[in-house]
Design a protein around this ligand. Structure first.
Ligand code: ZN
Length: 118
């Protein structure tokens, strides 16, 4: 399974189409907030004492995807407008995020009802 298509729909959403034909629209913010790189994954620990406020500091461009590049045969490397480019989203991980987002129901109103068969 691999993303046959990965492209920005607008500044806030990306379209991911998979080799099995499944298509997802996912907010880029959703992907960035789940960036698997070491610095992001460790952020909550590293910056814990600087985060008394639940509202994250918004870096300009943080949630704006600049480009995506396939790394090897297993992952997508995302580059963001704030310069962050160390996040490698393995295809498995990316697919899981797509499905999690879809299941979360946030997108239910925006997307056609698409009942999945197992
Ligand atoms: Zn990261």
């Amino acid at each position: 399974m691999y993303p046959a298509k990965f492209k920005k729909v607008n500044d806030e959403e990306v379209l991911v189409k998979w080799s099995d034909g499944e298509e997802f629209i996912v907010p880029s913010k959703y992907l960035r907030d789940r960036c698997p790189c070491a610095s992001c994954a460790g952020e909550s620990v590293l910056w814990h004492e600087y985060k008394p406020d639940p509202l994250p500091v918004l870096t300009p461009g943080k949630y704006n995807l600049k480009s995506a590049e396939v790394i090897g045969d297993y992952a997508l490397g995302l580059t963001w407008l704030d310069g962050h480019n160390t996040g490698l989203y393995s295809f498995d991980y990316l697919r899981r995020l797509c499905e999690e987002y879809k299941r979360s129901g946030v997108a239910a109103g925006a997307q056609k009802k698409n009942r999945q068969e197992d």
